[in-house]
Design a binder for this molecule. Structure first.
Ligand code: SF4
Length: 446
């Protein structure tokens, strides 16, 4: 159970030495309680107090890192029930399941197809992270399939078997990739716990209910394991959804450490077709699955899930931005048009995409508006005419072009006069309101 600021304060040295960066031990205690400070910032905490505080200040849902390489990911580490309270931190990892009796040819074809599902959006590469290999009954084939995936693809692994010998062989072959072992159950908790501990790997725990999970996680934590992922066993949609909410609430609101772990969900075991699986995965991305396992990746189901995930796990209090400056699109020269817009990432990528598509080499000026879109920035006074004019002057664009023409967004037409005052001799042109009209607009001006 998390400690209050006052409880933490009682364990601090109370010297008010300020070395932690705040004026008093009480202020530090309050910051620690609200997650705004790190315990290591105070060098004078006794070992005994440190042990108590480390336990109390641990995140309510432990973060667990899985995998290696470019597709490694962290799950858990969440601190709120609703993203508007703060933000959700670690995006739901997406997995596709494959059986270990899949032929080598089919496996390679699948991996090749799944690897191609990578989408550039707002400067990010959106892609799935995991292949879940399910033991089809032959331990050797299970290990070999897992090894092939680990060695020949970027994908990280969930190893799914109830056979401890098969699991040992698969772990031996893929340990270097930090796979998730799935899953310890009441019957196998000792053997799977020992295997995970010996290899320092993350371990999933499966039970028939939330109540039945608690003694299992307690036992594994007692064995020294912290990298746990939990599965309440529910495969009925309503029950699975209720379990996700109950686990998140128990960890965050009741301080239940036994349930303070990320969860794994199995849409592939809850639906008979990929469309329904996709809808269930969408539900678990929103509430509160840390991993969602599908039966396959198809672009028409994966892409919307990746976009949903991007939106849900973006900090709602901090718009995504791009850096202020001059952006060259298509090798512009001194006669190329000059446009300006705001640094809201979505605005930048939509506008730059349309300009690129027009094949008209252009200069695009991006003004810092703290991530606001054009209309909002204008209304908030962050895209005012004098500001824009001053930014154009100091941006350096005047050294790059002969033609003194600036195209501004249609939604900012009201600032033309102010810019003209700030930029004497420049012709300020009002462009289209919507980015898709830019190509025709630019071509008409050639
Ligand atoms: Fe108190 Fe430690 Fe901060 Fe010094 S560094 S003010 S002892 S909390």
């Amino acid at each position: 159970m998390a400690l209050t600021g006052i409880q933490i304060f009682k364990l601090l040295p109370k010297t008010n030495c300020k070395e932690c960066g705040v004026p008093t031990c009480l202020a530090f205690a309050m910051n620690l309680a609200s997650g705004k400070a790190e315990l290591d910032s105070c060098p004078y905490v006794s070992e005994e107090a440190r042990a108590q505080l480390a336990e109390a200040s641990a995140p309510p849902i432990l973060p667990v890192q899985i995998g290696k390489g470019v597709r490694k990911f962290t799950v858990g580490g969440e601190t709120v029930l609703y993203r508007h309270e703060k933000t959700f931190f670690n995006p739901t990892a997406l997995a596709a399941k494959i059986k270990s009796d899949t032929t080598e040819k089919d496996l390679k074809a699948k991996l090749s197809a799944w690897n191609a599902f990578q989408y550039e959006r707002v400067g990010l590469n959106l892609r799935p992270e995991i292949v879940a290999v399910e033991d089809a009954g032959d331990a050797k084939a299970f290990a070999q399939t897992a090894k092939t995936i680990a060695e020949t693809s970027e994908f990280n692994l969930i190893l799914m078997s109830q056979n401890i010998d098969a699991m040992k062989a698969a772990v031996e072959a893929t340990r270097f990739k930090n796979p998730l072992i799935y899953a310890a159950t009441a019957a196998t908790v000792d053997a799977f716990g020992a295997l995970a501990k010996e290899n320092d790997l993350p371990l999933a725990v499966k039970a028939d209910s939330i109540d039945a999970l608690i003694p299992l996680t307690d036992k594994l934590v007692g064995m020294g394991l912290k990298k746990l992922v939990i599965d309440s066993g529910a495969r009925d949609v309503k029950q699975a959804f209720e379990d996700q909410v109950a686990i998140r609430r128990a960890a965050l609101k009741a301080g239940n450490r036994s349930l303070g772990f990320p969860t794994i969900t199995f849409p592939c075991e809850m639906a008979s077709n990929l469309d329904m699986e996709t809808m269930l995965a969408a539900m678990f991305i929103a509430k509160y699955g840390a991993i969602a396992v599908l039966s396959d990746f198809k672009t028409e189901s994966l892409f919307p899930l990746l976009l949903e995930r991007l939106n849900i796990f973006t900090d709602p209090q901090r718009p995504m931005t791009v850096t202020e400056g001059i952006y060259e699109i298509g090798n512009p020269d001194e006669n190329s048009p000059v446009m300006i817009t705001t640094n809201f990432a979505l605005t930048y990528f939509i506008v730059s995409g349309e300009v690129e598509g027009s094949k008209v080499p252009s200069w695009l000026l991006i003004k810092d508006t703290e991530g606001l879109s054009v209309m909002t920035a204008w209304a908030a006074g962050k895209f005012a005419g004098d500001d824009v004019g001053m930014f154009v002057k100091k941006s350096g664009i005047m050294d790059k072009v002969k033609k003194k023409e600036l195209i501004i967004p249609g939604y900012a037409a009201a600032i033309v006069g102010e810019i003209e005052e700030e930029l004497p001799g420049w012709n300020i042109i009002v462009g289209p309101r919507e980015a898709p009209h830019l190509p025709a607009f630019l071509k008409a001006r050639l």
